[in-house]
Design a protein around this ligand. Structure first.
Ligand code: HEM
Length: 208
């Protein structure tokens, strides 16, 4: 008989799961259509006109979905997981980094196991904060700046405002794409490779 007990914590409320599913799907669509627009010559995955249309509509829906996330985190207990304690910040990052690069291969205990007070480890927390309160709002705002070029500044220190906005938009989009790949890979590090993905479907985090 296996006496190892599995601890199940309800950490992903319905609204987070619905937001996350919508957000992940939209980001995938935005990446495919965004790349199709950027590399439209001689022609890529999606035809240029269709890519522009789908990219714009997805960007608008992403804005709404981001507002849901922002307001949800402001008014529900989920927001507390995104508040980074200042004291011992670098030490916690270092401990988590050492765990990911050495400890995990020695089957050491995780330095910051998941519990109801902190569902993210320090590296995960910083990544999610940078992503959700930095890159995503940045890509959304620059996207709106490109959608309505008449509201974007004409020039900034001698450079075209539109070119700069475009460059920021593409750079932020690229950053989000890279983080997303790393994010999905790190999600496989759980009780077993699929358990974190199941958490985002049924709401329960599993650990032992
Ligand atoms: C196919 C793409 C994606 C998959 C399979 C995926 C998977 C997951 C899984 C399994 C979790 C729960 C485990 C954890 O907390 O680390 C999670 C959480 C999270 N993901 Fe993703 N993700 C994807 C895309 C994205 C994208 C594009 C973003 C943001 C731009 C994102 C942001 C987040 C955030 C902020 C959380 C924590 C939510 C919370 O509990 O407050 N994910 N993701």
């Amino acid at each position: 008989m296996n006496h190892k007990t599995t601890e199940r914590l309800y950490l992903y409320p319905v609204w987070i799961r619905l937001w996350h599913m919508t957000n992940a799907l939209l980001c995938l669509i935005l990446i495919v259509t965004g790349l199709s627009i950027q590399f439209s010559n001689p022609g890529t995955m999606v035809k240029f006109n269709a890519a522009v249309y789908v990219h714009n509509v997805s960007g608008i829906i992403l804005t709404i979905s981001y507002c849901v996330f922002f307001i949800g985190n402001l008014f529900t207990p989920n927001g507390a997981y995104y508040v980074i304690p200042v004291k011992g910040f670098f030490l916690r990052l270092k401990n988590q980094f050492i765990y990911y690069t050495i400890g995990i291969f020695r089957k050491d205990e995780a330095p910051y196991p998941v519990n109801e007070e902190s569902k993210f480890n320090p590296l995960q927390q910083v990544t999610y904060v940078v992503l959700m309160y930095g890159l995503v709002p940045f890509v959304i705002l620059s996207g709106w700046g490109l959608l309505y070029p008449e509201v974007t500044v004409n020039s900034f220190v001698g450079y075209s405002g539109l070119d700069l906005t475009d460059m920021f938009h593409i750079t932020a989009g690229f950053g989000i794409s890279i983080i997303m790949c790393v994010h999905v890979y790190f999600c496989t590090i759980g009780k077993n490779p699929t358990s974190n993905f199941k958490s985002m479907i049924n709401g329960y985090h599993e650990s032992h």
